[in-house]
Design a protein around this ligand. Structure first.
Ligand code: ADP
Ligand code: 5GP
Length: 189
């Protein structure tokens, strides 16, 4: 039986740079598996179904909840997001390491299920820069940006629950910090 894979959970306010960091890490570590979540959020122009998310209806999402198919799920910024229980379990049982980008509630539930998971909170350098990034991304309406900024303060207040907290100022440095965290987690078993 192969050694079980590790779980690395990344969370942080919208616009902090999680997707950008995840993309960079996956390029550097092609053997790391990204957990593609289910969501009821409509896809952004640059997003691909099955790659960024599995985009499904609320009806289909609720069916998954009822069938107990999700390892965790949460309502975030007005939409539903969740992680496939079988996909995670099959991947780690197969000895592969999994990277997840999920919110704070999801992290709590998944860490309860997988206590050995390593959690990393991605912090923006400051609120002004967070707003600049959310607006600059150009994927969301002003209402959506406003809602996400409003939620950011409560999210940041939860950062101390995480095993690690990294400030995403200079991207290359953030990616190196996350790589170091991953290396250490893997070395420790
Ligand atoms: P999240 O996944 O946390 O919502 P994104 O990865 O979509 O955030 O990043 C939000 C925006 O900020 C994107 O336009 C991205 O290119 C930009 N960004 C990410 N990291 C940095 C950084 N270190 N410095 C400047 N801009 C960044
Ligand atoms: P976005 O809409 O910007 O892609 O993501 C919004 C939020 O949902 C982010 O905080 C992201 O981490 C979170 N998220 C994405 N997938 C999941 C998931 O499967 N479960 C939970 N709980 N949160 C998720």
């Amino acid at each position: 039986m192969p050694k079980r894979g590790h779980l690395i959970i990344v969370s942080g306010p919208s616009g902090a740079g999680k997707s950008t960091i995840v993309r960079a890490i996956l390029e550097k570590r092609p053997r790391l598996r990204y957990s593609v979540s289910y969501t009821t959020r409509p896809p952004r122009a640059n997003e691909q179904d099955g790659v960024d998310y599995h985009f499904i209806s609320e009806f289909a999402f609720r069916k998954k909840i009822d069938a107990d198919e999700l390892a965790e799920w949460a309502e975030v910024h007005g939409h539903l997001y969740g992680t496939s229980a079988t996909s995670i379990e099959e991947t780690v049982s197969d000895g592969q390491d999994v990277l997840l980008d999920i919110d704070i509630e999801g992290e709590k539930r998944l860490s309860a299920r997988y206590p050995e998971a390593v959690s990393v909170f991605v912090m923006p350098p400051n609120m002004k820069e967070l707003e600049k990034r959310l607006v600059g991304r150009g994927t969301d309406s002003a209402v959506t940006v406003g809602r996400r900024l409003k939620n950011a303060k409560a999210e940041i207040a939860q950062a101390h629950h995480y095993d690690h907290c990294i400030v995403n100022d200079v991207l290359a440095q953030t990616v190196s910090s996350l790589e170091a965290i991953i290396e250490k987690a893997f070395l420790n078993g």
